[in-house]
Design a protein around this ligand. Structure first.
Ligand SMILES: Cc1cc2nc3c(=O)[nH]c(=O)nc-3n(C[C@H](O)[C@H](O)[C@H](O)COP(=O)(O)OP(=O)(O)OC[C@H]3O[C@@H](n4cnc5c(N)ncnc54)[C@H](O)[C@@H]3O)c2cc1C
Length: 395
């Protein structure tokens, strides 16, 4: 286990992909790191997402900042997470005449964001994916991939732990220690033992995704987060080998991700106030079947393995819209000294599972600057330990 080179201690709240990547980045820079997660690692949104390593194609027309982040991180994760990704590529597929109107803006948007594309005829697409809707008119191939939503982030936790980070699961932050506009730690409850206690830190980072507004409120500050859930439906059987996306403006049920022996169809989008109260609306499940079948007709008659929902942490004011689709998928770090005059407290939120490493890099830069530590980020080049190492380190 690596020894911390600095005495400065950072407490990270939230054990999703973002918190895990941040723990890895800060431990690699030599800081003392403690991460607390109220449940199991990735039990928030990270462990319940689609498992699509985005090429950025989905956002290339309307959200180029996010699209560019995705393709950059897609390339880096292929390097640092060998073996955890299925490098199966993705197709954006036109199945109706009106989808064709999206073809040129899509290819142009991808080019502007640095996303490589290959145009295919309908017949070529069908040869690659025989279960596609036989009415397919055209397709564009992009470097999407399938990722394991559990094992990929676990590699960040494993490497962080190897480098000295302390990871405490089933440990919730119930309050922040705030005195004179300065956050100096947190009040914790261990859900296994029932014990309560405190932990002191030089900086506390709020990496609680859709819960960030709630944790920020513990310091008396606001972050403009809109928890925006979506429903996902896994049907039995692998109906495709590539990631299939409908070639149109982002909408319901327009992505199918092959995951092991399942096909995951998603998703929908709405906004809620409480990320613990999502539900799985029956009409959304029906819509996943109906829209998914437009891409792959066999979806219609394939038995369901599971349906679930998860909430995106989207950045936007509460009046910005009502479906969440209009909000950018990019991310933001808030140094609450600059935004609210509260020292010792930082929030990192928004983004995608695909951009976890980049989010951590930007946030770790902010944390180091606050602490006067001059250490470069090394996560772009550091190949992560395999996910099993997380358990080995625990033994
Ligand atoms: C339906 C859906 C599909 C998606 N599909 C994809 C996809 O295919 N590809 C992709 O790249 N992205 C996808 N995303 C986006 C992606 O899932 C999220 O951007 C990402 O998982 C957010 O990670 P996070 O670590 O910031 O948040 P989370 O994973 O939610 O982690 C926050 C953690 O904080 C913990 N926490 C909360 N409060 C406390 C507290 N008081 N004390 C301690 N811990 C606390 C929670 O338990 C949680 O584990 C999808 C999102 C949704 C909703």
């Amino acid at each position: 286990m690596a020894q911390a080179r600095y005495d400065e201690h950072v407490l990270i709240v939230g054990g999703g992909g973002t918190g895990g990547a941040l723990a890895h980045d800060l431990a690699l820079r030599g800081l003392r790191v403690t991460l607390v997660e109220r449940g199991e690692l990735t039990s928030g949104t990270t462990g319940r997402h689609h498992g699509l390593l985005h090429s950025g194609g989905r956002y290339a027309v309307s959200d180029r900042e996010s699209a560019t982040e995705c393709i950059e991180e897609n390339r880096i994760l292929r390097r640092i997470c060998p073996g955890t990704l299925e490098t199966n590529d993705g197709l954006f597929v036109a199945v109706e005449e009106e989808d064709l109107a999206y073809l040129e803006p899509f290819v142009e948007g991808c080019a502007a964001c640095g996303i490589p594309t290959q145009r295919l005829t309908g017949a070529e697409a069908l040869r690659l994916e025989p279960n596609l809707n036989p009415a397919v008119l055209a397709a564009v191939r992009v470097p999407d991939a399938t990722m394991d939503g559990w094992r990929m982030p676990l590699r960040f936790f494993a490497t962080a732990r190897h480098n000295g980070a302390e990871i405490r699961t089933y440990t919730a932050v119930e309050g922040l220690l705030v005195h004179d506009h300065h956050v100096s730690g947190a009040a914790l409850r261990d859900h296994v033992t029932g014990r309560c206690g405190e932990v002191r830190a030089d900086v506390v980072v709020n990496a609680t995704g859709p819960w960030s507004e709630r944790v920020a409120a513990m310091a008396g500050v606001e972050v403009p987060i809109r928890p925006s859930p979506g429903v996902l439906v896994a049907v039995r059987g692998r109906l495709c080998n590539m990631v299939l996306n409908r070639l149109h403006k982002s909408g319901d049920g327009d992505i199918i991700v092959p995951q092991r022996a399942l096909s995951v169809v998603g998703t929908s989008s709405w906004v809620v106030d409480d990320p613990d109260e999502l539900g799985v609306p029956e009409d959304h499940v029906e819509r996943m079947y109906a829209e998914g079948a437009k891409l792959v007709p066999a979806v219609r008659d394939t038995p369901m393995r599971a349906a679930w929902s998860a909430a995106r942490p989207l950045i936007g004011a509460r009046s910005a819209g009502d479906s969440g689709r209009e909000l950018s998928r990019t991310f933001k770090t808030f140094d609450h000294r600059e935004t609210d005059g509260v020292e010792g407290f930082v929030t990192i939120t928004g983004g995608k599972g695909t951009t976890l490493r980049a989010m951590a890099e930007v946030c770790a830069d902010v944390v180091c600057r606050k602490l006067g530590i001059d250490e470069p980020c090394r996560t772009r080049e550091t190949v992560l330990l395999p996910h099993e190492a997380y358990y080995r380190a625990a033994a």
